[in-house]
Write a protein that binds this ligand. Sequence first.
Ligand SMILES: Nc1ncnc2c1ncn2[C@@H]1O[C@H](COP(=O)(O)OP(=O)(O)O)[C@@H](O)[C@H]1O
Ligand SMILES: Nc1ccn([C@@H]2O[C@H](COP(=O)(O)OP(=O)(O)O)[C@@H](O)[C@H]2O)c(=O)n1
Length: 224
Amino acid sequence: MIVTIDGVAASGKSSVAGGVARALGMPYVSSGLLYRAATLLALEAGTDLGDAPALLQLLERSPLRLEPLPEGNAVFLAGPQGERDLTADAHTGEVDAGVSALAQLPELRGWVNARLRALTPPFVAEGRDMGTAVFPGASAKFFLTASPRVRALRRVKERLDDVDAVEAALIARDAKDRQQSQPAADAHRIDTSELDLPGVIAAVLAELERSGLKPPRQAVSDLS
Ligand SMILES: Nc1ncnc2c1ncn2[C@@H]1O[C@H](COP(=O)(O)OP(=O)(O)O)[C@@H](O)[C@H]1O
Ligand SMILES: Nc1ccn([C@@H]2O[C@H](COP(=O)(O)OP(=O)(O)O)[C@@H](O)[C@H]2O)c(=O)n1
C-alpha cells in the first residue's frame, strides 16, 4: 500500500506523514529531502542550479542514501571517510531559496522519481506530486494546505526567524513550485489552519479507516 501526502511548503506534510506512518507501522518517504540534498551538493560544489547535465554529473559522483524511517527521514552522502549526514544542512535558508530552481528541471525530477519508484511498498510518501506524477495509483491521497501566516508561525518556532520574512519566502516558494503542486483529482484536501497536528493525523487515519485501508481502532468498550 502507498499513501501519498502532498501539500504546500510547511503545511505539515512530514509531521503528518510521520504520524500516519507510525500508526500504520510503515515508513514514510520525504521526496523533498532528495531535492534538498541535491541542492545542497550543488551549492557546495558551485554548480549552477539551472544546469541539468552538470547537476546530473555531480549526483552521479555523489552517492546519496535516503533513510526513510517512520520517526524521521535522513539523507547521507557516502565518502572516503564514511557517510556524512546531510539532513540538517539541507534545511537552511540557502537551500530553501535555491531548491525550486533545481526542482523545475525535468531531468532532476526524473532523477528523484526513479529513486522513489525503486522503494519497496508499503510506505507513506510526502511531497508535492506524489499523488499525481509519481504514484498516481496510490491507495489513498491527501493534500494539505494552511494559510501562509499559520505556516510561517509554525516554521519560525523551528528556525527562530522573522515571521514576515518567513511568510514572504513561503509565498515565493509556493509560486515557484506551483507547477508540480497541483492536488490530484482524487486527493482528500485538508486545510490544517485550524487543526493541531494530532487533529490532522486523526483526520487522515479516519479517512483510511472509512475506506477500509486501516482496521478501526478498538473501542474501549470492546476491550473487556
Ligand atoms: N496542524 C498543525 N498544527 C500545528 N503545528 C503543526 C501542524 N502541522 C505541522 N506543524 C508544525 O509545523 C512545522 C512544519 O511542519 P512540517 O511537517 O515540517 O511541514 P512540511 O513537511 O509540509 O514542510 C513543524 O514544526 C510541525 O511540528
Ligand atoms: N515532490 C516534491 C517535493 C519537493 N519538491 C521541491 O523541493 C522543495 C523542498 O521540499 P520540502 O517538502 O522539503 O519543503 P517543505 O515543504 O518541507 O518546506 C520544494 O520547495 C520543491 O521545490 C518538489 O518539487 N517536488
